[in-house]
Design a protein around this ligand. Structure first.
Ligand code: KIV
Length: 271
């Protein structure tokens, strides 16, 4: 599995063990070779090639437009960089909801053409047949509940989900369903912390939160958000560890003025 046999690869089995011993799981997104290499070198447990690439990399308003081919392109770039982390790839909108055969075909393409280790999809019981078929083919599946961005036109907003009792109960049922059917983990996005705690206690597989508070088995953030490369998006759950937007813009401004004032290149930088 790994080109470097000294590096221990995180597997879905590691996820199970980490929950068992109470070791928190760290996850980040990546979409390209260069950043994925840094993320992997820093020791993150798992990388999600998220369909948020649709927003972050391509500038779309939603995650809906990204295609399976585009996801495979991003995923293969990430896989080439990674030696340690588990690489999970989002099944994009339209590649798994319509029928279970299509879901399996899409997952097989991701696994075969990118070399990734698992797929993620959004939803619960309503996509049971798709999940079952993918799992039967031996492909690990991660679930995603709460704010599921592929359903943005159903929700109408990106606000916190499952604040009301009925939606919270449905979410708990769906989490149990995903755990019982054999998913190896569940992303919980933008739900009340207390609900995430209940889910985490009631399912056997790790829960990975984003905007779901501290009482989960692990955390995920979008890399470009936590590095401060994006600055127009500032939800309460987002902790920025850097302000790369200003750093990068500052560096580029310096380059532009050096070029304009003939300060770059110098003799030492010339042949
Ligand atoms: O696509 C994505 O980046 C995601 C995370 C926000 C969990 O699904």
């Amino acid at each position: 599995m790994s080109v470097n046999s000294n590096v221990k690869r995180i597997t879905t089995e590691s996820f199970r063990k980490m929950k068992e011993i109470g070791k928190k799981i760290s996850m980040l997104t990546s979409y390209d070779y260069t950043l994925a290499k840094m993320v992997d070198n820093a020791g993150v447990d798992a990388i999600l090639v998220g369909d948020s690439a649709s927003n972050v990399m391509a500038g779309h308003e939603t995650t809906l437009p990204i295609t399976l081919d585009q996801m495979i392109y991003h995923a293969s770039s990430v896989v080439r960089a990674v030696e340690h982390a588990l690489v999970v790839v989002d099944l994009p909108f339209g590649s798994y909801q319509s029928d279970s055969q299509k879901a399996l075909d899409s997952s097989i393409r991701i696994m075969k053409e990118s070399g990734a280790h698992a797929v993620k999809l959004e939803g619960g019981k309503e996509i049971e047949k798709s999940i079952e078929k993918i799992l039967k083919a031996g492909i690990p599946v991660m679930g995603h509940l709460g704010l599921t961005p592929q359903s943005i036109y159903k929700f109408g907003t990106y606000q916190v989900r499952a604040k009301e009792e009925q939606e919270a109960e449905e979410l708990i049922e769906n989490a149990k369903f995903l755990s019982d059917i054999g998913c190896f983990g569940i992303v919980l996005e933008k739900i009340p912390s207390e609900l995430a705690r209940k889910v985490t206690e009631q399912v056997d597989v790790p829960t990975i939160g984003i905007g779901a508070g501290a009482h989960v088995d692990g955390q995920i953030l979008v890399l470009h958000d936590m590095l401060g490369m994006t600055h127009e998006f500032s939800p309460r759950f987002l902790r920025r560890y850097l302000n790369l937007h200003d750093e990068i813009v500052g560096a580029i401004k310096n380059y532009v003025s050096d070029v304009r004032e003939s300060k770059f290149p110098t003799d030492e930088e010339s042949y």
